[in-house]
Design a protein around this ligand. Structure first.
Ligand SMILES: Cc1cc2nc3c(=O)[nH]c(=O)nc-3n(C[C@H](O)[C@H](O)[C@H](O)COP(=O)(O)OP(=O)(O)OC[C@H]3O[C@@H](n4cnc5c(N)ncnc54)[C@H](O)[C@@H]3O)c2cc1C
Length: 410
């Protein structure tokens, strides 16, 4: 009897390896605010990103190439036209759209950018500024991801100042418009089917939008921008329009000034906030996992106080961004989203993202600069998210104007 008790005590004293908590970047359980149908879609997107995108993305990123092989599986998710109602679009709340963008960016910010440009910027332009006939014609095939779109606003010499300074011109000749100029940085442009091109009408000096069929419109040419250090999977193009003739039927009929372009940007800008949050989540989860496994001084580096400080700061950034965006999505769903709301979140989330990915990279030491370790990509990509769709300074000028009543745009 005494021997049996001694054996039992010894068995109890043998230390079992401790089960460590799995990385979870939804610390405040915000996914619980989605309804069951929405949660199920987000889960399907996660299954796609983890099983199909994650295994191949580092290779594509290193090669500056787009993973066309994934388009069939993406089509099966039926998420084309998320956030847009009717016309064969997936529809759903802005909150759902945001969660899906965050989910895509959690594995790869380039892939979420490709989808955001198509769904938000290109489809959104037709949805908000197109006529009924134009919506019927273009949106269903875009929602099925049969035709992919891009959005051409930025020019080689005009970026932040696009609102008042576009140099690409449009001249009406009967039922045709003649477009001339250049567009730079246009995501998806080197391979996609349709471009939404914003140009200044020479007659009234107002900005108008045009749907151009890239592959069949004479005078339209595009060159891929090479040697990027961020969002390398997104193919960005430099478009040249030389006496490019576009029928009046392809002018966005409800877009008559830059105000109508800005309506599209309002919707898509805070989506970049969701992407920047997904980017942080991916970097944080990988860093946490690494900190649980990497040993120094005979112990996991995650057991050191200074490492835990970094991890806690990352999680605080992520959680702050998620909460901010969740409220913003509610405002959007209630029809109360305005430019300054969108600008505040885009600026804040992308700035926090830069901080978070730098801390995540730090956790990896030297391995943090090698693509294979799944952190360098996020580190580099956060730089592009910070600058595109309006730089940090532009977002703060929009907020500054709203809160002070003074416009500081020069
Ligand atoms: C990866 C990537 C993808 C992109 N995709 C697209 C796309 O699909 N379609 C598209 O149209 N565009 C796209 N862009 C362009 C992007 O929106 C612009 O790069 C961005 O708006 C900034 O313009 P810019 O690069 O010309 O910088 P600039 O406007 O030249 O700005 C340079 C610096 O000056 C600062 N600055 C400018 N004016 C002021 C001021 N008044 N006060 C204080 N600071 C100021 C800016 O904040 C910035 O720091 C993309 C860019 C990148 C990098």
């Amino acid at each position: 009897m005494a021997t049996a008790i001694k054996d039992a005590n010894q068995a109890r004293d043998i230390k079992q390896p401790k089960a460590l908590p799995a990385p979870n970047s939804d610390f405040y359980e915000l996914a619980e605010t989605l309804n069951p149908e929405e949660r199920s879609l987000v889960k399907q997107v996660r299954a796609f990103t983890e099983s199909k995108l994650a295994p191949v993305i580092n290779r594509y990123w290193a090669d500056d190439a787009f993973p066309f092989e994934l388009l069939p599986a993406l089509r099966e998710l039926k998420i084309g036209g998320l956030g847009l109602e009717g016309y064969g679009c997936r529809g759903g709340s802005q909150k759902l759209f945001g969660f899906v963008m965050m989910e895509l960016a959690r594995i790869d910010p380039s892939f979420s950018t490709f989808f955001g440009v198509h769904d938000g910027l290109a489809m959104g332009s037709i949805y908000l500024d197109g006529s009924e006939e134009q919506k019927q014609k273009w949106l269903p095939q875009m929602a099925r991801l049969e035709k992919i779109g891009c959005f051409g606003l930025t020019e080689p010499l005009v970026g932040s100042g696009a609102a008042g300074g576009l140099t690409t011109t449009a001249k009406r000749e009967g039922d045709t418009w003649v477009l001339n100029g250049e567009k730079r940085w246009i995501g998806n442009a080197p391979w996609c089917d349709l471009s939404i091109i914003w140009a200044r009408d020479l007659a009234d000096n107002q900005v108008k939008g045009f749907i151009i069929e890239n592959k069949t419109t004479p005078g339209f040419s595009v060159e891929k921008i090479e040697r990027k250090i961020a969002l390398k999977v997104v193919q960005n193009g430099h478009i040249t329009l030389t006496n490019c003739r576009v029928p009046e039927a392809n002018r966005l009929q409800a877009g008559n000034s830059f105000r109508d372009t800005a309506r599209v940007l309002r919707m898509t800008r805070y989506m970049v906030g969701w992407m920047a949050t997904g980017c942080q989540m991916g970097a944080y989860e990988n860093a946490l996992l690494y900190s649980q496994q990497r040993l120094q001084f005979g112990k996991p580096i995650g057991s050191f106080q200074l490492m835990q400080d970094l991890l806690a700061k990352m999680l605080a950034n992520i959680t702050a961004c998620q909460c901010m965006l969740l409220r913003l999505a509610e405002l959007d769903d209630e029809g109360k989203l305005n430019d300054q709301h969108a600008a505040l979140s885009k600026g804040f989330c992308t700035a926090r993202s830069r901080e978070t990915v730098a801390w995540a990279r730090e956790v990896f030491g030297g391995n943090g600069i090698v693509t294979d370790y799944n952190v360098a990509r996020f580190f580099a990509d956060a730089e592009a998210l910070y600058s595109y769709e309006g730089t940090f300074q532009m977002q703060n000028l929009i907020v500054g104007k709203a809160i002070t009543g003074f416009s500081a745009f020069v």
